[in-house]
Design a protein around this ligand. Sequence first.
Ligand code: ADP
Ligand code: AMP
Length: 214
Amino acid sequence: MKIIMLGAPGAGKGTQAKKIAAQYGIPHISTGDIFRANIKEQTALGMEAKSYMDKGQLVPDELTVKILLDRVAKDDCKNGYVLDGYPRTIPQAEVLDKAVSELNEAIDFAINVDVPDENIIHRMSGRRACLNCGATYHIEALPPKQADICDSCGSPLVIRDDDKPDTVKQRLKVYHEQTQPLIDYYQKKGILKEVDGTLDADKVFDTIKKILEA
Ligand code: ADP
Ligand code: AMP
């Protein structure tokens, strides 16, 4: 099963993608997580990506596409994957389509997690991230058991550099300009599914399971 998660930054794509990955035994692939791991390791790719991420801009397609294609070519992707944060532009979607169709395969579902802009700033300002294992929390809606410590691996939780309110506003602008058109793109392909992302995370996941198992 090949699944794409669509939605604004902070809509809950990562939260749901992790649940899908655990439930169906497929890898969760987040281009944002790959960039953050590279920033942590101070690789050349990480340093270049950071210069865009900190400004709330997209990392250029030339860099992003290669990373994604290398990742989905790995053995653990043979039975599918859930993509979180890719594609973010129409050219990225076209590259993915080409790669998948060359294998005589297809993307099965594009799930749009719909959350209005007014909820997003609150979500992002309360987000806490584990840069060690990629787990994500919210100080009110999905708090860790112990404040600022990751439940999964015990590492300290951080506020992401790009979750500052001004950067979030820029990311939302970029989302509406460059990423939202993908909703129409996948609608035309007949694989778009809409879910209400304002419900609590378990309810959102119940809806997604019904879609995937219909
Ligand atoms: P994205 O991957 O789309 O950027 P995340 O999954 O990281 O979004 O979620 C953004 C923030 O909102 C996190 O702090 C997360 O814990 C919280 N969150 C995710 N889903 C929900 C939900 N259904 N209700 C309330 N908060 C949520
Ligand atoms: P995310 O973790 O998905 O919220 O992504 C964090 C940031 O990484 C984004 O704001 C972008 O700067 C960058 N990024 C992640 N995925 C992509 C992508 N597919 N295309 C371009 N930039 C991306």
